[in-house]
Design a protein around this ligand. Structure first.
Ligand code: K7E
Ligand code: CUA
Length: 660
């Protein structure tokens, strides 16, 4: 939390206060007697829900089981992961390529599951990279990142990756407006209002394969887009984005972007945008961005720098495409309820929660019930004309709102550290519960679908202070699980999380678990350097490159004795795991390698690049405890001086081969 200086504090007392999180009273036991039995998943039993949780500044995606809160897997997405070799193996390095080159880290805030007819379909989850703007698609048969697309003209891809009802598109909205990409972006920061623009990307998703394509962008005034939510059912054609910094400030935003009494929710008719883009109405603008794809048969990624022209629609030029709806001070979350009628803006610095009505918005548009002044040539609907009503005195610092299956909403309050349950129609507060401490996102199972599953709510908290055993200056963030099946929210469990969790998805395990790939069929392995039997293992020298075609099976490397490597050589170990059984990965590591390990799944081929730095004998071994003789699964490589006449040879047991 930034320290607010005194001058600023004097200027904007309310705002400054709002930025400081309070520690709620009564941090002791809040759990009822039968909570333990409600989260107990007996040994050998499965959890009821998969919970996909963004890892924030870890750049990864965590998979938990609920209600137990057990961490099942960390899926590497935007950050390298030496545990799994992600970003270290030659096959995975291209996945982290961008137009800036190799970027080994990012900040993943939001997770969106693919939906069909508004319901989670268990095929893919999408994650956003907030720093170097990208969207990733994770395949839920392999739990691996299958595709990453970079977004041009964007700075801080924060209002992302949210989908339309049938996953026709995933959107990515810029948090930091910036000048358009290209050489003309060398402008003074003082020219913000003139030269800095917002861009919202619409990435189309292929229904069958999930393949992503940058279809078109909207160009907007230089505001900051924070979050977004697609319309549902009757509002299917619309997308709603919260925007702050409508002041278009370029410095000291904590003051200068908090001046306006109201910012906006931006309503976009995305169906109209799609038609305009398809019928050639946009400005065809050259863009350049990285597009990385994983080939599941070659077990290899490729990265392409796409250079093409895409349609960009300037929102001020197309009447009917976009409307602004005034929304009290600096809205953060923007959430559409499952009926598609209510749009909830969570205004960080306001004392009410505004709830807009889709029907009223449509009527206001039909009646031209607009403010006299437009914003950037776009009509601004009158606040009262769009408003269903306000939740009064809900709490301090509302951030996000989720929905259950019974017409209720749940809002997280960062400053007052609480969850508040209220009724969407009556806007009456039904319940409030403290959380420990300072909740950011919250999640109701299936909330952003057309029919939430309800049952559980998870609060993702930023600060844990004294909740867990101290671990030095940095403490784990935490998740708190609530039972929401009754009128009152009931705290069941609290558990630490990896990274900093922001948004998450929760879906019934039955949607995914039976589709999980158990191993890769070695006959389908199309990796160009695959070795499909021990008989094919070999070494090949190409100048100063040596290619080692190695296999692994319980419990030996083949070959396990290698000689004839020389200083100056670059050695590529192409390792194929010959196992055809579930849960038998083999690993591979070599002394002194400036690299991670490899973790090779059954039937897969993975490559480790090694440039030996000295003469001598180097042990290599399997890193994954795979059998009782795992410790024996090892070997030696001899490195000789440059120009030595040691022949290239390799062996296993009493078999020995020499390069021809
Ligand atoms: Cu509220 Cu980046 Cu979704 Cu986090 S954002 S809390
Ligand atoms: Cu293979 Cu240990």
């Amino acid at each position: 939390m930034a320290i607010v200086n005194k001058t600023v504090l004097g200027l904007i007392v309310f705002c400054a206060l709002s930025l400081i999180a309070c520690k709620p009273k009564g941090t002791g036991e809040m759990v009822s007697g039968d909570a333990a039995s409600k989260v107990y998943v007996a040994p050998g039993k499965y959890d009821e829900f998969y919970n996909f949780v963004s890892g924030g500044f870890s750049g990864q995606l965590a998979v938990y089981g609920l209600p137990s809160g057990r961490l099942l897997r960390v899926i590497p997405v935007f950050s390298v992961d030496p545990e799994k070799g992600w970003g270290y193996s030659e096959e995975t390095k291209p996945m982290l390529n961008t137009s800036h080159g190799f970027v080994p880290w990012d900040d993943l805030h939001h997770v969106q599951m693919s939906t069909t007819d508004g319901m989670p379909d268990g095929k893919w989850v999408f994650g956003n990279a907030n720093n170097t703007p990208r969207i990733a698609r994770i395949d839920l048969t392999t739990f691996r990142t299958a595709e990453i697309i970079e977004l041009p003209n964007t700075g801080g891809n924060h209002s992302s990756p949210f989908n339309t009802e049938n996953t026709e598109y995933i959107v990515g909205g810029t948090r930091f407006s910036v000048p358009d990409d290209g050489p003309s972006s060398d402008v003074s920061i003082e020219t913000y209002k003139e030269n800095f623009k917002g861009h919202i990307s619409f990435v189309s998703i292929d229904k069958a394969t999930g393949a992503m394509d940058l279809a078109f962008q909207l160009k907007t005034p230089g505001v900051n887009f924070d979050l977004a939510s697609s319309g549902k059912k009757k509002s299917h054609d619309w997308f709603f984005f919260s925007c702050y910094n409508t002041e278009q400030a370029n410095t000291l935003q904590e003051v200068n972007a908090s001046k306006n009494d109201k910012d906006f929710v931006m309503a976009v008719n995305w169906k109209m945008a799609e038609e305009l883009a398809k019928s050639g109405k946009g400005d065809m603008t050259p863009v350049s961005y990285a597009h990385n794809t994983w080939d599941e048969h070659a077990h290899t990624a490729k990265s392409e720098i796409v250079k093409k022209k895409i349609p960009i629609l300037d929102i001020s030029k197309f009447p009917g495409l976009v409307y602004f709806i005034p929304c009290p001070k600096s809205p953060h979350g923007c959430n559409v309820d499952p009926s598609g009628e209510f749009i909830v803006g969570s205004s960080k610095l306001a004392t009410v929660i505004p709830v807009f009505s889709f029907d009223k918005i449509m009527k206001a548009i039909a009646d031209k019930n607009f403010e006299t002044e437009k914003y950037a040539d776009v009509p601004v609907i009158k606040y009262e004309a769009a408003l269903h009503g306000e939740v009064k005195k809900p709490g301090l610092g509302p951030l996000h709102t989720e929905f259950d299956d019974k017409g209720n909403a749940y809002t997280s309050f960062f400053v007052s550290s609480e969850l508040v349950k209220w009724n969407l129609k009556s806007l009456e507060i039904i319940d409030r519960k403290p959380v420990y401490y300072s909740v950011g996102h919250l999640l109701v199972m299936g909330s952003n679908s057309n029919k939430p599953y309800g049952k559980y709510l998870v609060a993702y908290n930023k600060i844990t202070k004294d909740r867990y055993l101290p671990t030095g200056p940095e403490l784990a963030q935490s998740a708190q699980l609530f039972d929401i099946s009754g009128d009152k929210m009931e705290l069941l469990l609290d558990y630490p999380t990896i990274g900093e969790p922001h948004y998450a998805q929760g879906v019934p395990a039955s949607l995914i678990k039976d589709k999980s790939v158990k191993f890769f069929n070695i006959n389908d392995n199309k990796h160009p350097d695959a070795t499909k039997s021990e008989g094919e293992t070999r070494l090949v020298r190409k100048g100063n490159e040596v290619h080692v075609y190695m296999t692994e099976i319980r419990s030996h490397l083949a070959p396990d004795k290698i000689e004839g490597i020389k200083m100056g050589d670059v050695v590529y170990f192409h390792i194929t795991n010959l196992e055809q059984d579930w849960d038998v990965p083999h690993g591979f590591a070599i002394k002194g390698a400036n690299n991670g390990e490899l973790l090779v799944m059954p039937g897969e081929t993975v490559t480790l690049k090694w440039s030996p730095d000295r003469v001598g004998i180097f042990p290599m071994y399997c890193t994954d405890f795979c059998s009782a003789l795992h410790q024996e699964m090892s070997g030696y490589i001899r490195v000789s001086p440059k120009g030595s006449n040691v022949p290239l040879k390799w062996g296993l047991g009493d078999k020995e081969s020499t390069a021809k």
